[in-house]
Ligand binder design. Structure first.
Ligand SMILES: CC(C)(COP(=O)(O)OP(=O)(O)OC[C@H]1O[C@@H](n2cnc3c(N)ncnc32)[C@H](O)[C@@H]1OP(=O)(O)O)[C@@H](O)C(=O)NCCC(=O)NCCS
Length: 167
């Protein structure tokens, strides 16, 4: 079952993010890795900044989370994480499909360039990788991330995205 997360889920969201983010260790640039990957302060900052988390719930509790952030002309998918032990069973696909069904606007998603599995996950769902100039501009416009993260990240867009300023 997919449901909106509440403040009562904060600890579970934080645990899922830091469990799933282990996939990045040794893959993303070493200077971008830290443990825990996301602190509670950072997570709360993201929620305060408008990231709304949805969770895939089961008898065993939340197994995956995905956030959506409304940025006016676009929606961003933020912080998509499925517990390590529950990957590749379609949970990510269900969460993504659910959020897409609620979003009329174009959807953009940013991830580490080195996270090839994540790029392939989104490509499988019809997202296309944007060129370097466009992704740099979008990351600066819609995300609040340090320059080094802009450099080492990619942006994928769904079919509704026509590019900056295009109808
Ligand atoms: C990316 C992620 C959210 C996808 O969730 P999921 O429930 O595993 O995804 P699904 O089962 O719906 O889809 C599986 C597809 O995702 C991709 N994928 C997921 N994990 C993968 C892995 N370890 N290796 C290669 N491909 C992988 C593949 O395309 C896979 O399809 P396949 O099994 O037919 O090869 C999840 O793998 C995850 O949390 N990864 C670690 C954190 C991360 O990269 N988050 C993305 C941040 S934007």
């Amino acid at each position: 079952m997919i449901r909106p997360c509440t403040q009562a889920d904060f600890e579970a969201i934080w645990q899922i993010i830091n469990d799933a983010a282990q996939a990045y260790q040794g893959v993303i640039p070493a200077d971008r890795w830290h443990e825990p990957y996301m602190s509670k302060v950072q997570l709360q900052r993201e929620i305060d900044d408008g990231v709304r988390f949805w969770g895939f719930d089961s008898d065993d509790g939340l197994l995956g989370v995905m956030g959506v952030q409304d940025k006016g002309e676009v929606n961003l998918i933020r912080h998509a994480y499925v517990k390590t032990a529950h990957r590749r069973k379609g949970i990510g696909a269900q969460l993504l499909g659910f959020l897409e069904s609620r979003c009329d606007k174009p959807i953009l998603v940013g991830t580490w360039a080195d996270a090839r599995w994540a790029v392939s996950f989104y490509q499988k769902h019809g997202y296309r990788l944007l060129g370097t100039q466009e992704k740099n501009a979008l990351l600066r416009k819609f995300w609040s991330i340090p320059p080094r993260q802009v450099e080492t990240s990619v942006v994928l867009a769904n079919a509704k995205w026509r590019g900056v300023g295009r109808p």
